[in-house]
Design a binder for this molecule. Structure first.
Ligand SMILES: C[S@@+](CC[C@H](N)C(=O)[O-])C[C@H]1O[C@@H](n2cnc3c(N)ncnc32)[C@H](O)[C@@H]1O
Length: 371
């Protein structure tokens, strides 16, 4: 089976690195994700371990799809009974690019019709549609008149870890935060600090990455666990993988801490860390007073964009913080537009393009001045 693991724009490299760490080879990166081949256990391991993946899609089939008849026939020709019985609910979503069929809702509707018509013939009954919480989520990707039909093995988007039930303004998605931890080049040993921590996402993800804590709690269930082929034997195999993932967690790691000028943010970050089981420390402090003892990796996304504004005084405070902490490496997620190009005497060693939602950004890293 071919598997496509999706990732937010710009984080594909971090995902590839993470999949390599999980032991997977022959990875093929493309815009929006990474391809690899594997079985259900591979899909399950990625769901259980990956912090950068957004969805894990298992490819059921691929066919030429110049028009709606080809779509209907192609979908009907796939082996649905193995995954979807009439008792299980269904939802279909789609995207289309450079193809004859362009209307994504129509593509999804036609796909759903083909599946349930095939079920009626085979069983005399059909699945109901549940758009919010389907047992089996089908995804159709149409590009240049070729259709790929996938089952979503992850279920809910993997960025939803369960612990961030409270957030401050403009929080980072957990998957983007995890990608930043990797792309900033943190060595997972040096103490990490986020001086503008908001709801604490970067600090919490960093601690959990360093200590190899799986992204989801034991009780979390993934999409593939509701498919028709998920029998007792499969459940036992996945339980073993789940136990292995949790058994690999370390009791302690490098110090991960953060601060924010807003006391409410500090309280929220603390509560999020507690829910996540993270060993993270938060305090109320202004960037203007940032003075860290010894080498740290400073990782942060300063306020910018539509919801939070940064003015000239703020950028000056950031320059001051870099000047006062020469032993620290700084990795900052800055907007392409609106951030000054120079932030002090240091020369940036890396700049990685990323999207924070729709805002085009760069994760810029300045290494410490004392190496
Ligand atoms: C974009 S948010 C960070 C969001 C965070 N990464 C998250 O995932 O929730 C920026 C944060 O910087 C804080 N902030 C703004 N100016 C600051 C300053 N001078 N010193 C410290 N924190 C500041 C804001 O209170 C806000 O929480």
């Amino acid at each position: 089976m071919r598997i496509f693991v999706t990732a937010a724009g710009g984080t594909e490299k971090a995902l590839k690195e993470e999949l390599r760490e999980l032991g997977y080879r022959r990875l093929q990166g493309q815009r929006g994700g990474v391809w690899l081949s594997g079985n259900r256990e591979v899909a399950a391991r990625i769901c259980l371990h990956s912090r950068v993946a957004v969805r894990v899609l298992a490819e059921l089939g691929r066919f030429a799809c110049p028009d709606e008849d080809a779509l209907y026939r192609g979908v009907q020709g796939l082996e649905w009974a193995r995954w979807l019985t009439p008792e299980r609910s269904l939802a279909v979503t789609s995207v289309a690019r450079s193809s004859g069929l362009t209307h994504t809702q129509y593509i999804a509707q036609k796909t759903k019709d083909a599946i349930v018509d095939a079920q009626r013939v085979a069983h005399g009954r059909r699945s109901s549609v549940d758009r919010n919480d389907p047992d089996v989520a089908v995804f159709v990707h149409l590009e240049k008149n070729e259709a790929g039909v996938f089952l979503d093995a992850s279920g809910r988007s993997l960025h939803l870890r369960g612990w961030r039930t409270e957030a401050t303004e403009a929080p980072l998605k957990e998957t983007l935060a995890a990608a930043m931890v990797r792309l900033g080049g943190w060595d997972r040993e040096t103490p990490l600090f986020d001086p503008m921590c908001g709801s604490g996402t970067l600090v919490i993800e960093a601690d959990l990455i360093a200590r190899r804590v799986p992204p989801h709690p034991r009780a979390h269930r993934f999409g593939f666990e509701r498919w028709a082929d998920y029998d007792a034997e499969a459940a036992a195999a996945i339980d073993a993988l789940r136990e292995e993932a949790h058994a690999g967690a370390r009791a302690s790691g490098p110090r991960c801490a953060g601060a924010d000028i807003d006391p409410e943010a500090v309280d929220i970050a603390r509560r999020n860390a507690e829910r996540a089981g993270a060993q993270a420390h938060f305090s109320e402090a202004s960037l203007g007073a940032l003075r860290l003892e010894g080498p740290h990796h400073v990782l942060s996304n300063p306020p910018y964009g539509q919801r939070l504004e940064a003015d000239a005084a703020f950028w000056e405070a950031l320059r001051g913080a870099m000047r006062r902490n020469p032993e620290c490496t700084f990795s900052l997620l800055l907007p392409e537009e609106g951030a000054p190009r120079d932030l002090g005497e240091r020369r940036a060693v890396r700049a990685h393009p990323l999207f924070n939602g729709r805002i085009r950004c760069r994760l810029v890293t300045w290494s410490s001045m004392k190496t």
